[in-house]
Every structure is written in C-alpha cells, then in structure tokens.
Design a protein around this ligand. Structure first.
Ligand code: ZN
Length: 201
C-alpha cells in the first residue's frame, strides 16, 4: 500500500471511522479537500471543532435544540399536542419531518432495547415518555421504530408499559421492508407508513 504523509494518513483514518464510509471514500474526501483553499479548510476544521458545543437537548422530547430549553417543534404553537411520535434516534425524527405530513410532537428514545450491547430499557427515555403521557394532553402515541428484531422487541416492551395508560397506540404501517430503516426510507414509503398506521389497542 502507498505510504501517505501522516497529515493525509491521519485524516483518511478519521473519515474512515464515519458510518458507511469505507477507506476508498475516505481517500476521495481527503484528496478533494487537499485541493481546496486554505480558508475553506480552516472553516471546515472550525465547524468540526465546534460540534461538541451543539449539545443542547430538548428537555421535553430529547430532540436537538438550537438553544437551552424547548426545541423548535415542542415550542411551536401550531403543532398538534395530542399526538406523539416515538422514534429511536434524532435522524428518524428528521426523516419523518421531511415528509411534511406529520404535525404532532415527538419523543426520542435514544436507541432501542438491545441487552447484548448493554442497551436496557432503563437507559432509554421510557420513564420520561410515561410521564409525558400522564401529564400532557396526549391521545395518540405512534410507535415509529425500525422493523428489525431490536425494534420489534422495543415495541413489545412499550406496548406492555403504555397499554394501562389509556392512550391510543398505533404502529407505522408495514410499508417499510423488514430490516428496512426509517432513516433511509424514501418520503413516499414513509408517508404511506404514517397514513396507514395500525392500531395496537
Ligand atoms: Zn422538543
């Protein structure tokens, strides 16, 4: 293999750690960047360095927030406060938002139950979800979890926990292929999955 100077080698290794980026793509990124103006590179580096400051989380739904306090969705008076869409991660929320079909609120669990990797129910925002159902005027919970084994397990767990709370529980229609990801679903598939959601109780 070609021996790159350490500046190039280190950056290739950093890019190659990103999800879905193999070594070849990492090399392409670096060889693209190396041709850019110095100012452009400094700006890029500056954006990266500041990323850790973007750690505001909405205290209500656990979405990212541009400030301390409620996120733009929770703070929007025009949103339907009676419907709550439960997702695993922020990128699922963002993909559902892009369909522009959903006008309710969200709740980001922060993952799904997967005991072998240490993800137990108490590490997810489930207690917070139950508290919201008990204290806000929510009438429907849409469980928008990914249709893989861990997602299905989490749905079963949530169903058991939420059934006694006297709230309508629905599931995204199975337009998503088994193992398919909300993160990668196209807007038409997601819109259909939202429109055709099925009652769980
Ligand atoms: Zn929020």
């Amino acid at each position: 293999m070609i021996q790159y100077p350490p500046q190039i080698k280190n950056l290739i290794e950093s890019f190659a750690k990103l999800p879905g980026i193999g070594r070849k793509t990492a090399e392409r990124f670096v060889f693209y960047l190396i041709k850019q103006e110095k100012e452009e590179l400094y700006q890029f580096a500056n954006h990266l360095a500041k990323l850790h400051e973007a750690n505001f989380t909405c205290p209500q739904c656990f979405n990212f927030s541009p400030r301390q306090g409620l996120c733009d969705i929770c703070g929007d008076e025009k949103r339907d406060k009676t419907t709550l869409c439960v997702v695993e991660e922020f990128h699922d929320l963002s993909n559902i938002e892009n369909t522009k079909l959903y006008n309710g609120l969200y709740h980001v669990l922060g993952g799904k139950i997967d005991p072998p990797s240490g993800m137990t129910a108490d590490r997810l925002k489930i207690r917070e979800l139950i508290k919201r159902i008990q204290t806000e005027q929510i009438t429907e919970i849409i469980l928008a979890l990914n249709p893989d084994i861990q997602g299905e397990g989490t749905i079963l767990y949530l169903r058991k926990e939420l059934l006694p709370l006297n709230v309508r529980l629905t599931l995204l229609a199975r337009g998503l292929p088994m193992g398919g990801n909300i993160e990668y679903a196209d807007e038409v598939t997601l819109s259909n999955a939202l429109k055709g959601r099925q009652a769980l109780n």
